[in-house]
Design a protein around this ligand. Structure first.
Ligand code: MN
Length: 238
C-alpha cells in the first residue's frame, strides 16, 4: 500500500486535497464515505488499512437493502488525512468537482487477516458510522476490460440495520457540516450548477409542481369546472 499513484494524479500546488504524510503502521480503522460530484456522481468508500485508506468508487452509493448489490470500483489508496476532506477540487484537476463527507466512523474486519481477504476477494466487516452501521461485505466480481480485477460489489448483510430506506436519497447532507453539495460548491468557489445535480430534490420539485397544478384547477373558468362537477356523482357512488 503506497500513495505513489494517488500523488502522481494530483498537483498539490493547485488542489486543496491533502498530499498525505508517510503511511503509519497502525490500523486504527477509520471509515469514511465522501460524496463526490466529479465527471460523474459517486460515493468514495474508504477503509483505513496499514496506514492508508483503501478506496472504492461506488456510483450509486451504499444501499441498506441486502438484496441490492452496488458496484464498487477499487481506486488508488488515499492518505488517511483524506477522510476529513470536504471542499472543491478545481476543474481540470484529477477528480475536479465538489466533495462532502457523507459518512464517517470506524470499521472492524470480521477476519483478522485483511490482506488475505482482499486477495481472495471477500472482505466482511462491521461499520460503526453515523449513517451506516452493522454488517457489510465487499465481494470482488468478474469485471471486464482493464478494470477486471478492480470491480467489487458492496452489499449489506441482513441484520437490524438492514432497511428498504433509500439512505443516499433521504440523507444527502454532510455529517461534518450539514451541507449539501451545492452549499459546499457555493462556499468553495466551485461549479454550483454542476454540484446541485448531485443533490436530491427532483422528486420534491415534482411534488410541488403537481400541487401547483392542482391549485390552479380551482381557479379554472366555470366552463371547465363543469367537467369536475360531473365527476362528483361517480365519486359519491363508490
Ligand atoms: Mn472520487
Amino acid at each position: 500500500m503506497t500513495l505513489t499513484t494517488y500523488r502522481k494524479k494530483r498537483n498539490f500546488g493547485v488542489t486543496p486535497e491533502p498530499a498525505g504524510g508517510a503511511p503509519t503502521a497502525k490500523s486504527a480503522g477509520i471509515y469514511a464515505i465522501q460524496k463526490h460530484r466529479a465527471t460523474n456522481l459517486h460515493y468514495d468508500f474508504r477503509l483505513e488499512f496499514n496506514g492508508t485508506l483503501l478506496s472504492w468508487a461506488v456510483p450509486k452509493g451504499p444501499s441498506l437493502d441486502p438484496s441490492v448489490k452496488r458496484l464498487a470500483m477499487q481506486v488508488e489508496d488515499h492518505p488517511v488525512e483524506y477522510a476529513t476532506f470536504e471542499g472543491v477540487i478545481p476543474e481540470g484537476e484529477y477528480g475536479g468537482g465538489t466533495v462532502l463527507v457523507w459518512d464517517r466512523g470506524t470499521w472492524t474486519p470480521n477476519d483478522t487477516d485483511v490482506k488475505k481477504s482482499l486477495h481472495t476477494g471477500e472482505l466482511k466487516f462491521t461499520l460503526n458510522g453515523e449513517k451506516l452501521q452493522g454488517s457489510w461485505v465487499l465481494v470482488r466480481t468478474r469485471g471486464y476490460g482493464h478494470a477486471a480485477d478492480r470491480s467489487w460489489l458492496l452489499i449489506k448483510h441482513r441484520d437490524q440495520y438492514a432497511s428498504k430506506q433509500d439512505i443516499a436519497l433521504q440523507q444527502p447532507r454532510s455529517v461534518a457540516s450539514d451541507r449539501l453539495l451545492v452549499d459546499v460548491a457555493r462556499e468553495g468557489g466551485g461549479d454550483i450548477e454542476k454540484a446541485a445535480t448531485g443533490d436530491p430534490g427532483q422528486p420534491q420539485q415534482r411534488g410541488e409542481a403537481s400541487a401547483a397544478i392542482k391549485g390552479s384547477e380551482k381557479d379554472r373558468p366555470a366552463s371547465k369546472t363543469k367537467i369536475g362537477s360531473s365527476r362528483r356523482p361517480s365519486i359519491a357512488k363508490s
